[in-house]
Design a protein around this ligand. Sequence first.
Ligand code: ZN
Ligand code: ZN
Length: 112
Amino acid sequence: MLKKKTSTGNGDYCCLDCGYKLFGKSDIVHSPNLGGQCNAIYLKFMPWIGFTRGNVSKIFCPNSRCNVVLGFTNQKGGKCHCGYFVDRMFVIYPPKVTNSIKQRAQQSNRLF
Ligand SMILES: [Zn+2]
Ligand SMILES: [Zn+2]
């Protein structure tokens, strides 16, 4: 019997623009439910987010060639739209990431 390789697709989320692996399911503290009011993914602190100054700042893709804005942090914490309270918010916008393996690498038609 051959073992099936499932190296990716374990719920890892990647940057939609460059495919950089950002976080896994276990790093999510709160995420949108189907039919729920949640509109963002809330993460634990991730090393690639880095040290942020001030209470509120943007989260950028750690890939220096990409550097797209993925979300924001709020050290004071806050509430999700559904009412769930998050202590230190590391908020990722769902349209900015993908957990699909069949993701085309060249989807960005942005003009620089
Ligand atoms: Zn990226
Ligand atoms: Zn929520």
